[in-house]
Design a binder for this molecule. Structure first.
Ligand code: TLP
Length: 341
């Protein structure tokens, strides 16, 4: 089976498992796991932040950050396709008592001027605008990399208007490799960042949130409230270290493979795909004609390829370290064959 449903489906390699087995561990609720502490310091350093915190998942990372930035009744300004609005089980209003003011972006990006328009006046009956959230790369837009100049403008706007700026950087590694912009350059523009170890980097679990020392102290408290205080998780942090050492630099391969897949399937008139959106490891394609995305996924699976559906017309394929270039090309040809049948 060639599994292109997500880059989350990767399995830890023998060498990663060995690194996990050899990890030095301690009780992380006491702050005594040396491998976790080293990973937190490492990721904080990479993102140019004072401090960082290991969390169970990207969802937990986003939700903790949003909660720390807000109080119930506040509003988050974000792009309409943001992951935390659509794929996190409706957690935001449940956990933080806040609501979203959405803006339809271009390739996943919103502009400072749009944020200005969405900003609430300071009147008692309005919700309070508290935080702006961006997603880089932007999943639903097709793994697009947000333009640095636009992020800088929004960051400046947020500072002037006392708004916190959060980044869902689940795939910021991919954005950095694709754009050549360092993680630190991105990191310094945000008050909080959540970055995942379990997507393209291939670790079995874990994300890291980064911010100021004060922010992370509060985030640690919220993590505990959510039941996310774990004990000897140096085992997982060791996989994170290994993933950064070994799998970060190879992400460009995934990007090249996604490009190849997209170019092959774009030759069909039955599929709509914007090749300019294929900037990293995600391919989003829309089907024309009678077949639904779920039926198409089933047909593909019968031929040995798994892809996912985002809605009844929209398909997603994601490249990752457990699929070779040959497998990706083979999958693209199977996709073309199934379209024409
Ligand atoms: N995304 C998953 C699915 O939930 C769609 C995937 O397969 O892409 N932010 C972004 C941008 C994400 O893509 C994801 C996972 C998350 C946050 C949440 O991460 P986890 O799954 O670790 O909670």
């Amino acid at each position: 089976m060639i599994d292109l449903r997500s880059d989350t489906v990767t399995r830890p390699s023998a060498a990663m498992r060995q690194a996990m087995a050899n990890a030095e561990v301690g009780d992380d609720v006491y702050g005594e796991d040396p491998t976790v502490n080293a990973l937190q310091e490492r990721v904080a350093g990479l993102l140019g932040k004072e401090d960082a915190l290991f969390v169970a998942s990207g969802t937990m990372g986003n939700q903790i950050c949003l909660r720390v930035h807000t109080s119930p009744g506040d509003e988050v300004i974000c792009e309409a396709g943001s992951h935390f609005l659509h794929f996190e089980g409706g957690a935001m209003p449940v956990l933080s008592g806040i609501q979203a003011r959405t803006i339809v972006g271009h390739r996943g990006m919103i502009e400072a001027e749009q944020v200005r328009t969405a900003l609430r006046a300071n009147t008692y009956y309005f919700p309070r605008s508290k935080v702006v959230a961006l997603e880089n790369t932007h999943n639903l837009a097709g793994g697009t990399v947000l333009p640095l100049a636009s992020i800088q403008e929004i960051s400046g706007f947020c500072q002037k208007n006392r708004l916190a700026l959060h980044l869902d950087g689940a795939r910021l590694w991919n954005a950095s490799i694709a754009s050549g912009v360092s993680l630190e350059t991105y990191g310094q523009l945000f008050d909080s960042i959540s970055i995942c170890l379990s997507k393209g980097l291939g670790a079995p679990a874990g994300s890291v949130i980064a911010g100021s020392r004060e922010f992370i102290a509060e985030a640690r408290r919220v993590r505990k409230q959510l039941g996310g205080g774990m004990r000897q998780i140096g085992l997982l942090a060791a996989a994170g270290h290994y993933a950064i050492d070994t799998n970060l630099s190879r992400l460009a391969e995934d990007h090249a493979n996604a490009r190849e897949f997209a170019e092959i399937i774009a030759s069909s008139p039955d599929v709509e795909i914007d090749l300019e959106n294929v900037q990293t490891n995600i391919i989003i394609a829309r089907l024309h004609g009678d077949i639904s995305a779920s039926q198409f996924c089933q047909k593909m699976q019968q031929k040995g390829v798994r892809i996912s559906m985002m809605d009844e017309q929209t398909l997603r394929a994601v490249t990752h370290l457990d699929v070779s270039r040959e497998q990706v090309v083979e999958a693209a040809h199977i996709f073309l064959n199934q379209l024409s049948q």
